[in-house]
Design a protein around this ligand. Structure first.
Ligand code: COA
Length: 309
């Protein structure tokens, strides 16, 4: 879906969207495609790249806020479709930080010895929770999925440090009011778009810049590294101006950030693994490189991870 497509449905312009967000296009899944279908494809591609068999996977963690069903988890749907006979499968609900949270959980499972190989995916069908009459949000979001395989190893490479934080007092800055126990969708529900994403963009923007910068500095500091040691930053792709502001505060040139927001928009939990996979397949990551991932989303919740490739 291009900016020109949005010009036809809401009062907006390619110029506004491009200069305010950096987004040109987003991918929108067809009606019959579920979040689990996208997650499945991403998991298969990751396992193929890792030369890993389904029976070797001990856990599957899917970051998503757009599950196929309220119950069971999307991860359990993917588990059946794959199938993964020896795994525990569960979702993480951490909005745009879903993948980073999944990565941190997977790292802990491997470090304490309860798993050897873990699939971590981020998958979203945000088009299913987007209000296409709200120009302030609908131009931002897209659908997609990405995944990685983490494996136990000895040595200096791997997920070296992670940092997670949230602040629920700002939960109404980015939320869906109806559809849960607080405001169920009953037969009298007015369908006034309160079952879709509602966002206070400008306040989120400021907190995102501040906390994404802090989260990056925190994992670097924990590892005794500085911004100069980072080969590539893979940020959550929410807004190019947020990424530029974080880059400036970290004193890392923008060309060391992997950017694909122009083609996908904000894909929430899928954003970081999509960008990581593209960067990897494009040969932009070499063994031994320090990769800094950082994300921020509704909760509010944010986090970062330092990976030595
Ligand atoms: N096209 C044209 N005008 C639009 C528009 C659109 N798609 N969306 C909003 N506007 C208008 C607003 O109505 C407002 O008009 P007004 O001044 O007449 O009231 C004006 O543009 C400025 O709105 P504002 O919200 O201040 O713009 P902004 O520069 O803050 O940019 C966002 C808006 C949403 C792009 C920006 O705030 C943002 O990216 N925030 C972070 C959101 C985010 O990342 N959320 C996900 C977290 S993971």
């Amino acid at each position: 879906m291009t900016n020109a497509d949005f010009e036809r449905i809401v009062d907006t312009s390619d110029e506004w969207i491009t200069t305010r967000t950096g987004i040109k296009e987003r991918r929108i899944a067809r009606d019959h495609i579920q979040t689990s279908d996208m997650a499945l494809e991403a998991c298969r591609a990751a396992m193929e790249m890792a030369s890993c068999r389904p029976d070797e996977i001990d856990a599957l963690i899917v970051g998503t806020v757009t599950p196929d069903y309220p119950l069971p988890s999307t991860a359990c749907v993917v588990q059946e479709k794959m199938p993964l006979p020896n795994a525990v499968a569960f979702d993480v609900v951490a909005a745009c930080a879903g993948f980073i949270n999944g990565l941190a959980i997977a790292r802990s499972m491997i470090e304490i010895g309860s798993a050897r190989k873990v699939l971590v995916a981020g998958a979203e069908k945000l088009s299913s929770i987007t209000n296409y009459e709200d120009r302030g949000t609908c131009v931002l979001f897209g659908d997609g999925a990405g995944a990685v395989v983490l494996e136990a190893s000895v040595g200096d490479r791997g997920v070296i440090s992670t940092f997670l934080r949230s602040d629920g007092s700002m939960r109404k800055w980015l939320w869906i009011e109806a559809g849960g126990t607080n405001r169920p969708i009953t037969k009298d529900f007015p369908f006034d778009h309160t079952d879709k994403i509602l966002m206070n963009g400008s306040d989120i923007y400021k907190v995102a810049v501040r906390e994404m910068t802090r989260a990056c500095l925190k994992v670097l500091d924990d590892c005794g590294l500085t911004a100069d040691d980072v080969a590539l930053v893979v940020p959550h792709q929410a807004n190019i101006r947020i990424i530029e502001a974080v880059a400036k505060r970290l004193h890392i040139e923008l060309d060391r950030f992997y950017l694909n927001i122009d083609r996908y928009g904000n894909t929430s939990a899928a954003s970081v693994p999509l960008a990581l996979d593209e960067a990897n397949r494009a040969g932009k990551i070499k063994p031994g490189d320090n990769i800094l991932m950082v994300a921020f989303g509704g909760g509010l919740i944010w986090g970062s991870a330092l990976v030595t490739w």
